[in-house]
Design a protein around this ligand. Structure first.
Ligand SMILES: *[C@@H]1O[C@H](CO)[C@@H](O)[C@H](O)[C@H]1NC(C)=O
Ligand SMILES: *[C@@H]1O[C@H](CO)[C@@H](O)[C@H](O)[C@H]1NC(C)=O
Ligand SMILES: *[C@@H]1O[C@H](CO)[C@@H](O)[C@H](O)[C@H]1NC(C)=O
Length: 847
């Protein structure tokens, strides 16, 4: 804001002026009790132009102690001289003269220094114009209008000062682009309070590209200093405090002709302006306080430390309440830890784990200022889901969100490359979905929408932790004592369960096994000597019996067939390894027993038996609604993923099927028989086996035909299981009156005909969430694809189950024509079991 005392010269000082020939007819005695001049009048040192309502005045002024003269506009009705516009800010008149007029052709306004008769400043000229009229409007806009070439009664604006602002954003001005005129209205600070020439502080809307998402900036020189962020339908993303208020109304207009922000005052008797200030390095809104006759700052930008552009570098998040303020976004780490810890954050952050592109997912961050939109893309008509798909498809897309958050959210904005200048708000920010690698998402995402609460409450958590830590220090000894005591007591109880006798090794030393060994006599007692009515079923490698230990604990005992041919130590080592596989979706091995030829595994007992006893049973299947089934699906996926990837052993199950999924009392799924193939099936390495071990209807083609097994053959079995859980039908033994396909084939047909929902088990009725079911069908088809390479890993399956991102199109499944000669051939030399019971078989491949 520039308050200059006008240094008016008395009118008589300007006596004679060298006037260009075209002005010879002008009268120098013009009265300016008016708001406009035409071709035969001019504004000189002696007079001014006043807007109709008397609020603005145009004339010559000399700022501060400067000898330079400028033509400008100021508020006429307030006592503090406030210059809001300057015409010749670059070319001051340094003598005591000056004349503003319309040139003879009428197409432009020129400012002359009188005694040199030189043009100091001029508006862009139009060749010829009729009846030009220069007016100072009540808004403070100086406008040159001319009559339209075609319609004499129509006056059109050929130039206006609002299009060429200086440092002051007046009500009604447009902040931004006029794409037809090709102008961007930028506001540039005065260099000094007595020098209106442009400083290096500029405020305006960023450049418009074809796809760009314009945002408001304050630049210092050509560097970004403060970024207000893109317009999100309600406000600039970095200005949560821009809200409906008693002083002014605002609006953002974006169409093919114009993109601008504007505001108007609610009450015409109020005065409020926005000014860029070189000295304070701020862009301030002032309101005039009539009672005190002063300008008061209403709001100021940048408002705090986090408003400094890019303070935290790429992928950093500025959290004002945190200490230090700069934090890497979740899943990112400082690029240079040394610099970062010395509070030099400009290097920013890099990912903990690299992206894998097509299997990535997104994490929702809440209440952020959206990142710099320089490398962004917008489509105003796309939905958020389409946006996610679009982003996922392009490996350089890092984040997406709605481009407009008004009315519940619409449109799509996506970002490429590093995310710059993000800050955290506690409210009024925006949600941003940032791309993450599968491994970052793992364990957090399956079946539960990622909840980013800890980021939102980051500082709060920190405080809570430090308080807790302080408490711990104060009462340290006491707490530690208590803890040790508790742990010891628990261990005692766990280590010596009744009926379990610790095993003695050959040297007579007690082995420190995590897995207890049970005495055969104990097991014989628990199972009533393996009584038939205690038999639970027949798994791979032997029968399973229920047993009750002396203390009442229920157990399931698998008695391995005697022919495994494995040595005692080998067996013990394997069992010990398998005992270490602990996951809530794996049946827990609680003990084992080796005596003579007998080898037994003791598992926790699952009261609800196996999954097949529910899904394929007309009555019991009604007990499993969709949400339970979905929970079971996710649990199986997690258990399998653990076997494949997270456990040290990298176990391939090789016999995943509904009867190998047990259900605990809360219907949580637990995979059983894992590691069985590895331990008892002979072949222990991935790759190729001579012995095909598995179950008809669940085996992947490459495994059943060529003995090729891998985690992907388990994925195939998982896909079948998924179809069975959804449809309540067995893949093997599936019968359809109209064709000879198995369940996979039937699902494939329905999928291609766009009727996948017909696959759903009728008893699911209303309970199912169709989008979830559809997604599961889609995933199952991806799992049963013919080529192992096409099938997703279990990690990807988990991400797919838990997210809403787009899935690839499934290719043709394997084994979908069960009764087709081609595939029947594979089994032609073997005896197919006559029933459709799922009995694990071991086939010796003829080679
Ligand atoms: C505008 O402000 C004046 C002075 O504060 C007040 O008297 C008047 O009632 C206001 N008008 C409206 C429409 O609010
Ligand atoms: C924006 O999205 C809509 C809907 O998906 C589409 O029809 C349109 O072609 C898109 N526009 C551009 C420029 O991509
Ligand atoms: C991804 O987006 C970038 C930036 O818009 C573009 O240059 C690139 O061609 C896109 N890649 C694909 C595969 O669409």
């Amino acid at each position: 804001m520039n308050m200059a005392v006008l240094n008016k010269k008395p009118a008589d000082i300007i006596s004679f002026i060298l006037i260009p020939t075209y002005l010879l007819f002008l009268s120098s005695k013009v009265s300016f009790a008016q708001d406009s001049i035409n071709q035969s009048q001019f504004v000189s040192e002696a007079n001014t132009l006043v807007s109709k309502d008397g609020s603005f005045e145009l004339g010559f002024f000399r700022p501060g102690n400067s000898n330079n003269r400028y033509l400008g506009i100021w508020y006429k009705n307030i006592p503090v001289k406030t210059i809001v516009w300057v015409a010749n800010r670059l070319y001051p008149i340094n003598d005591s003269s000056g004349l503003l007029m319309i040139n003879s052709s009428g197409g432009s306004v020129v400012l002359m220094s009188q005694n040199k008769s030189a043009v100091v400043w001029s508006t862009s000229s139009q060749r010829q114009a009729n009846n030009p009229l220069l007016q100072l409007l009540d808004s403070g806009n100086l406008v040159l209008t001319v009559t339209d070439e075609k319609d004499e009664n129509l006056r059109i604006s050929s130039w206006e000062s609002f299009d060429y602002p200086t440092d002051t954003f007046l009500p009604g001005m447009k902040f931004g682009w006029d794409l037809k005129k090709g102008i961007n209205r930028l506001f540039t600070a005065w260099k000094k309070p007595d020098d209106p020439s442009p400083g290096d502080f500029t405020h305006g809307l960023s450049e418009m590209g074809i796809h760009s998402y314009p945002e408001a900036y304050v630049w210092k020189g050509n560097k970004k200093f403060y970024r207000a962020g893109p317009w999100n339908g309600l406000r600039f993303s970095g200005s949560p405090d821009l809200k409906p208020n008693p002083v002014y109304d605002y609006n953002f207009v974006s169409n093919e002709n114009e993109v601008y922000f504007t505001y108007t005052l609610k009450n015409k008797s109020l005065i409020s302006i926005v000014v860029v200030n070189q000295t304070s390095h701020t862009r301030d809104r002032y309101t005039w306080i009539e009672t005190e006759k002063v300008w008061r700052v209403y709001s100021s930008r940048p408002r705090d430390y986090c408003d400094n552009y890019g303070l935290c570098g790429a992928n950093g998040n500025c959290v004002l309440a945190a200490s230090p303020v700069c934090q890497c976004l979740k899943a990112f780490k400082p690029k240079s830890p040394e610099l970062w810890s010395s509070m030099e954050w400009s290097q920013g952050c890099v990912r903990n784990k690299p992206l894998s592109c097509h299997t990535d997912g997104f994490v929702e961050f809440v209440d952020l200022k959206l990142p710099d939109t320089t490398y962004s893309w917008v489509n105003k008509s796309m939905s958020l889901e389409e946006c996610r798909v679009k982003c996922l498809k392009n490996c350089s897309c890092m984040a997406y969100t709605n481009s407009d958050i008004s009315g519940g959210g619409s449109g799509c904005a996506i970002w490429f490359g590093d995310l710059m200048d993000i800050r955290q708000f506690s409210a009024g920010g925006q949600n941003l979905y940032i791309r993450m690698s599968t491994s970052e998402l793992l364990g957090v995402v399956c079946c539960v929408k990622f909840n980013y609460e800890e980021e939102k409450h980051g500082p709060k958590i920190k405080i809570a932790v430090s308080v807790a830590a302080a408490l711990a220090v104060v009462s340290g000894t006491l707490l530690v004592g208590l803890f040790t005591y508790r742990i010891r007591t628990n261990l005692k109880v766990k280590k010596e369960p009744k009926g379990i006798i610790s095993h003695q090794n050959n040297e007579g030393q007690k082995e420190d096994l995590e897995l207890p060994f049970l005495d055969l006599s104990t097991i014989v007692g628990a199972t009533d000597n393996f009584a038939l009515n205690n038999k639970l079923g027949e798994g791979g490698f032997g029968p399973v019996h229920k047993g009750i230990l002396e203390d009442g604990q229920e157990i399931a005992i698998k008695r391995l067939s005697r022919s495994s041919g494995q040595g005692l130590n080998e067996f013990k080592n394997e069992v010990r390894l398998i005992a270490k596989l602990q996951h809530r979706n794996l049946v827990k091995l609680v003990a084992c027993c080796v005596q003579g030829e007998e080898k037994m595994l003791v598992y926790e007992y699952m009261p609800n038996k196996s999954l097949d006893s529910f899904i394929f049973d007309q009555t019991k299947s009604k007990l499993l609604d969709w949400s339970m089934r979905f929970n079971i699906i996710c649990g199986i996926a997690r258990g399998l993923q653990y076997l494949h990837q997270d456990s040290r052993l990298r176990i391939i199950h090789r016999d995943l099927k509904a009867s190998n999924v047990l259900l605990d009392s809360e219907m949580n799924p637990k995979i059983s028989d894992f590691g069985a193939a590895r331990t008892f099936g002979g072949d222990q390495s991935e790759g190729n086996t001579k012995r095909v071990f598995g179950t008809y209807g669940y085996m992947a083609p490459e495994y059943a035909l060529d003995g090729q097994f891998s985690t992907k053959s388990d994925v195939f079995s998982f896909g079948i299981l998924l179809l069975e859980i959804i449809s309540g039908k067995k893949n093997r033994g599936f019968f359809h009156p109209n064709h000879s396909h198995n369940l996979i084939g039937y699902a494939w047909i329905l999928w291609n005909e766009g009727r996948p929902l017909e696959l759903i088990d009728e008893c699911l009725g209303q309970s199912s969430t169709l989008s979830e079911v559809l997604r599961c069908i889609h995933i199952s088809l991806l799992c049963v694809q013919q080529c192992p390479e096409d099938r997703p890993s279990m990690s990807s399956v988990i991400v797919m189950l838990g997210s809403e991102s787009a899935l690839p199109h499934p290719r043709q499944p394997g084994f979908y024509l069960e009764k087709n000669s081609n595939e029947a051939h594979c089994f032609s030399s073997k005896q197919e079991p006559s029933s459709t019971n799922e009995i694990t078989i071991t086939l010796l491949e003829a080679r």
